[in-house]
Design a binder for this molecule. Structure first.
Ligand SMILES: [Zn+2]
Length: 337
């Protein structure tokens, strides 16, 4: 079958990938749409560092078990159609449209569908999913919109972790896909003052479309002078940004770090100590948040269509990875196998 794989830091088109065979508890699905995530771009560019940090964190406990010298499958934001179930597997009938947490259960254990030499992700014609984790896509929902369940759940989780109340002002720094998902979740949770900051005019426009009440260009002055936020969401993920927030934020601020910075970073604890700033790092979502995210999209509470700025086939994934570097042109590119 056809797929796009990571090889030597580039996405490469292949038409000779063996079809995966579902085991017990698994289902074979045809991928209908798969979003390209910033973390995939990051892994393509800095895979060795990601693996080294993971190995360090697990204290030699195996890390992610990914070999960069072999082809790597990626793609974790997908919608799909059920083709067939594995042996002794009860699931929805063939033809059912589904999405799922990007996790594959097998006799080897629990494997995230994120970066793997063996477990195929959404940048492929077909992949395996776990029967117990499937969520049917509500009738009539655009499969491209359903593919955005996962990234929108990331924003919802960040907002839930912040414990923000409707009367509190939120400042979202960085309006890439994660910042945008946070803005949408803030809007849905009834927060009355959502301020968003980004250097890109296009991204500020998108932030407004997704629910920000006010947008600011950091080049025109610090957003903290205008916004006076109670809760700050950092969705940039570059060295120095956390220290900058700590130095500018008001006493008692809650800072939610959703940006994924993979380099070492420095900060002065003094800023956070002096102002008793609460810092919360966040990752991913709960299964409930994932399901809630799909429901919000399906019921029209969140319109994700402004996020989608491009569509490519499996042979266009490499070029799409390059194109996503330009915030003026792109937010989310979907792959349609
Ligand atoms: Zn992602």
């Amino acid at each position: 079958m056809r797929a796009s794989v990571l090889r030597d830091g580039r996405m490469v088109y292949r038409d000779d990938v063996p079809d995966p065979v579902p085991g017990p508890g698994q289902v074979l699905v045809a991928v209908r749409s798969c979003g390209i995530c910033g973390s995939d771009l990051h892994f393509a560019a800095h895979g060795a560092e990601v693996l080294a940090l993971t190995a360090q964190m697990t204290r030699g406990g195996g890390g992610m078990g990914v070999d960069l010298d072999r082809d790597i499958f990626m793609g974790h934001e997908f919608s799909a159609e059920i083709l067939e179930a594995g042996p002794d597997t009860e699931t929805y009938p063939a033809g059912t449209l589904v999405t799922s947490l990007p996790v594959l259960l097998s006799d080897k254990g629990v494997e995230p569908i994120v970066y793997s030499n063996t477990t195929i992700g959404g940048y492929a014609e077909r992949m395996l999913l776990s029967a117990p984790l499937l969520i049917p896509i509500p009738n009539g929902l655009d499969l491209k919109h359903a593919a955005l369940t996962e990234p929108m759940a990331v924003g919802l989780h960040a907002v839930n972790k912040s414990n923000i109340q409707p009367g509190e002002t939120a400042l979202v720094i960085g309006c890439g896909p994660i910042g945008i998902a946070i803005i949408a979740a803030l809007r849905r949770s009834g927060v009355e003052t959502i301020v968003a900051a980004d250097f890109s005019p296009k991204r500020r426009e998108l932030a407004t479309a997704m629910g920000a009440h006010q947008v600011l260009d950091p080049a025109q002055g610090s957003p903290f002078d205008t916004a006076k936020p109670a809760v700050v969401f950092e969705a940039v993920g570059v060295p120095g940004i956390i220290n900058d927030v700590l130095s500018r934020a008001r006493p008692g601020t809650r800072l939610v770090v959703a940006g994924v910075c993979m380099q070492p970073d420095t900060m002065h604890p003094f800023f956070a100590i002096a102002k008793e700033i609460n810092v919360q790092f966040v990752l991913a979502y709960t299964p409930e948040e994932f399901a809630d995210s799909l429901r919000a999209i399906a019921e029209g509470e969140t319109d994700v269509s402004p996020l989608i700025t491009g569509e490519v086939g499996l042979d266009g994934v490499g070029a799409a990875f390059d194109d996503l570097g330009d915030p003026e042109r792109h937010c989310k590119i979907l792959v349609t196998p």
